[in-house]
Design a protein around this ligand. Structure first.
Ligand code: HEM
Length: 416
C-alpha cells in the first residue's frame, strides 16, 4: 500500500468498500481509517465469501485491549481476515494460533533462541551478513532495494532458527507467495488456490528435510527447540514442528523487508532528514521504531471472542469475530502527535506494529537489531538515496508491502 497523508477536506466515506478485498489496499487507506476513527470506535462488516459478520476497531484504545486481553480475545481460530467464518486449519497447533496457558509451552523454549541475550551474542555475525546483503547499495548506483531486502529476515534468523542458507531463497519466496497468492509477482498457477498449494508444498518439503537433519544433529537453534519441547506431556510431531516453522518464517518474511523498504522510501522522500536520522546507532534506533509505526506491515490482527464482553459501548458475544486495525491505531491522533508526519526522533512511540500481550512479536529483538544495523551501514556509506523507477506494492489486505523499489544510492564523497 502506498503511504500518503490524507488530504485536507471533508472526510471520505468508509462504509462503501469491501475491506477484505486485496485490491482496495492498492490505494492508501489512511484517509478511510482517519474518517472511521473520527466517526466511531466500532464498525460492522460482512465477510463476502462466508457471509460472516465481523467487527472492526480503528482506534488505538480498543486495538490495544484486543491484542493484549487474550482471555477475552482468542487467537486459536485465526488471526487474519482470511480466517473469519472458516477458522484456520492450524488452529491450536502453532504459536500464533494458540492461547495461554498452552501457548507458553511453545513460546518459552523458542524465546530462548531468539531473545535479546542470544541476538546480542550473535551481533557481529548478524552485522556481517546484513552488510554483505546491502553491499550493492553501499557501493552506490541503482538497485531494486525491495528485491534485495527479501532476504533480510533470512540472513538474520536463518542461523538462529538452524536453517541452512541453501533454503533461504526458496523460503523467502514461498512464504510471501502464501500470504499474497493474488500478487502478480507470486502467482505460480492458474488460480489463487494453485499458487497456495504450490507454496505450501515447496515450504513443507524444505521443512521436512530440515527437521530430519535436526533430529539427527540437534543444535542450539529454534528448530531443535521445537523438536525437543513438550506440550501437554508430549513432544510435537513432525507436522506440528513444520507448522510452527511456517509460523516463525511467515512472521519474519512478511514484515521485516517491508519495514526496511518503507523506511528507506520515507527518507528518500524527505532528504533533509537523512543525516540526522542516520547519525549514529541511537538515532537509527529511534528511526527503526518510527519506520515500524509508519509501515505497520500487518494492517490488521483478527481475534475471536471467547466470552461475552463489552467494548466501545457494544456487547459482543462469544464466537464473534473482531478485527483490530493496527495500521489505523498507529495513526491515532490521540496517541501520536502529528501522526502523518514521519518523525525519526519520535519518542515516546508506543506503536502496535509488533502487536502486544502474550503474542508480542517474538522476532522483535532480532528484527530491531538487523534494521538498526542496516540503516547504520547505509548512513555510513551513503549521503542519500532517491527513487529511480516505479514502485510496486504487494497486493494483500493483510500485509502492507513493497515488492519492487528501484533506488539510486549516492556514495559519500568523504567518510563520516
Ligand atoms: C519488523 C519486523 C516484524 C514485525 C513488524 C512483526 C510483527 C508482528 C506482529 C504484529 C505480531 C503479533 C501477531 C498477533 O498478535 O497475532 C507478531 C508476532 C510474531 N512474530 Fe513478528 N514481526 C516482525 C519480525 C518477526 C521476525 C524476524 C520473526 C521471526 C523470528 C517473527 C516471528 C513472529 C512470531 C512467531 C509471532 C507470534 C508470536 C506468538 O504468538 O507468541 N516476527 N509479529
Amino acid at each position: 500500500m502506498e503511504i500518503t497523508a490524507p488530504p485536507a477536506g471533508p472526510p471520505v466515506r468508509y462504509d462503501d468498500v469491501d475491506v477484505t478485498d486485496p485490491g482496495v489496499y492498492e490505494e492508501c487507506q489512511h484517509a478511510r481509517w482517519r474518517a472511521m476513527r473520527a466517526d466511531t470506535a466500532i464498525t460492522r462488516h460482512t465477510e463476502p465469501a462466508t457471509g460472516e459478520v465481523f467487527w472492526g476497531f480503528p482506534r488505538y484504545a480498543e486495538c490495544d485491549r484486543i491484542v493484549k486481553d487474550h482471555r477475552v480475545f482468542g487467537s486459536e481460530d485465526g488471526t487474519i481476515l482470511a480466517s473469519v467464518g472458516v477458522g484456520d486449519s492450524a488452529g491450536g497447533r502453532t504459536i500464533t494460533l494458540m492461547d495461554p496457558p498452552l501457548h507458553g509451552d511453545i513460546r518459552r523454549p523458542t524465546m530462548r533462541t531468539l531473545g535479546h541475550s542470544v541476538v546480542r551474542k550473535r551481533a557481529a555475525g548478524i552485522r556481517e551478513r546484513v552488510r554483505t546483503l546491502a553491499q550493492p547499495c553501499l557501493a552506490g548506483g541503482e538497485h531494486d532495494f525491495a528485491k534485495l531486502m527479501r532476504l533480510l529476515p533470512m540472513v538474520v534468523i536463518g542461523e538462529l532458527m538452524g536453517i541452512p542458507d541453501e533454503y533461504w531463497e526458496t523460503i523467502a519466496h514461498y512464504t510471501t507467495a502464501s500470504i499474497a497468492p493474488d500478487d502478480p509477482e507470486y502467482v505460480s498457477g492458474e488460480s489463487t488456490h494453485q499458487t497456495l498449494r504450490r507454496a505450501h508444498h515447496e515450504l513443507f518439503a524444505c521443512f521436512a528435510r530440515i527437521i530430519d537433519a535436526k533430529r539427527a544433529h540437534p543444535g542450539e537453534d529454534l528448530v531443535s527447540a521445537l523438536i525437543t519441547l513438550e506440550t501437554e506431556g508430549a513432544p510435537l510431531d513432525d507436522l506440528r514442528v513444520a507448522l510452527n516453522c511456517y509460523s516463525f518464517l511467515l512472521g519474519a518474511n512478511s514484515t521485516t523487508p517491508h519495514v526496511a523498504s518503507h523506511t528507506l522510501l520515507a527518507l528518500a522522500e524527505r532528504p533533509h532528514l537523512w543525516d540526522a536520522a542516520l547519525a549514529d546507532p541511537s538515532s537509527t534506533t529511534l528511526l527503526v521504531e518510527e519506520g515500524a509505526r509508519w509501515t505497520t506491515p500487518t494492517n490488521h490482527l483478527v481475534r475471536r471472542v471467547r466470552e461475552d464482553t463489552e467494548i466501545a459501548g457494544t456487547t459482543l458475544r462469544k464466537g464473534d469475530w473482531v478485527c483490530a486495525w493496527v495500521a489505523s491505531a498507529n495513526r491515532d491522533e490521540s496517541v501520536f502527535p502529528d501522526p502523518y508526519t514521519f518523525d525519526p526522533t519520535r519518542s515516546p512511540n508506543p506503536h502496535l506494529a509488533f502487536g502486544g500481550g502474550p503474542h508480542y512479536c517474538i522476532g522483535a529483538p532480532s528484527s530491531r537489531m538487523a534494521l538498526g544495523m542496516l540503516f547504520d551501514e547505509l548512513g555510513s556509506a551513503l549521503e542519500g538515496v532517491e527513487p529511480a523507477g516505479p514502485i510496486t506494492h504487494l497486493r494483500s489486505n493483510w500485509i502492507n508491502g513493497i515488492t519492487s523499489m528501484p533506488m539510486r544510492f549516492h556514495r559519500r564523497r568523504s567518510s563520516r
